[in-house]
Design a protein around this ligand. Structure first.
Ligand code: FES
Length: 112
C-alpha cells in the first residue's frame, strides 16, 4: 500500500518513516526497508552520512540506499567480533534491504 508524506517533512539530510520504509533524502529521495539487518533497529531513526549512505541509529551499520546492501558492519563492540561485519555484508548482498519507489506529486512524496 502506498504511503504519502509531505516533501517538507523530508528535507535533505534527513530520514523519516513511511509505512514499512525508511524514507530519506540524500540529495535524491529514497525508500528502503526500515528494519536493520543486524538487530532490527528502525532505520527511519537513522542518519545520512557524507557519502549519502543510511546509518543505523543503534550500532552504525551503513547502507548503500541504491543497492540496499550494508557497506559497513555494526560498529562499537560489534566491530570487534571477527568476521561479523563481513558476514552481515555478505548477508545483505543476498538479502538487501527492500527498496521502494518514491514519486513526487505536488508537495507530497508517494512511496510504493
Ligand atoms: S541494529 Fe543496526 S547496526 Fe545494530
Amino acid at each position: 500500500m502506498s504511503q504519502t508524506v509531505p516533501a517538507a517533512d523530508v528535507p535533505e539530510g534527513t530520514v523519516t518513516g513511511a509505512g514499512s520504509y525508511a524514507l530519506g533524502n540524500n540529495g535524491e529521495y529514497f525508500a528502503v526497508g526500515r528494519k536493520c539487518r543486524h538487530l532490527r533497529a528502525d532505520l527511519a531513526g537513522g542518519s545520512i552520512d557524507a557519502d549519502g549512505c543510511l546509518v543505523c541509529p543503534w550500532h552504525g551499520a551503513k547502507y548503500d540506499v541504491r543497492s540496499g546492501r550494508m557497506v559497513r558492519g555494526p560498529q562499537g563492540v560489534f566491530a570487534k567480533i571477527p568476521g561479523l561485519g563481513t558476514a552481515f555484508k555478505a548477508l545483505t548482498s543476498v538479502l538487501p534491504l527492500a527498496r521502494g519507489t518514491v514519486t513526487q506529486q505536488g508537495d507530497n512524496l508517494v512511496v510504493d
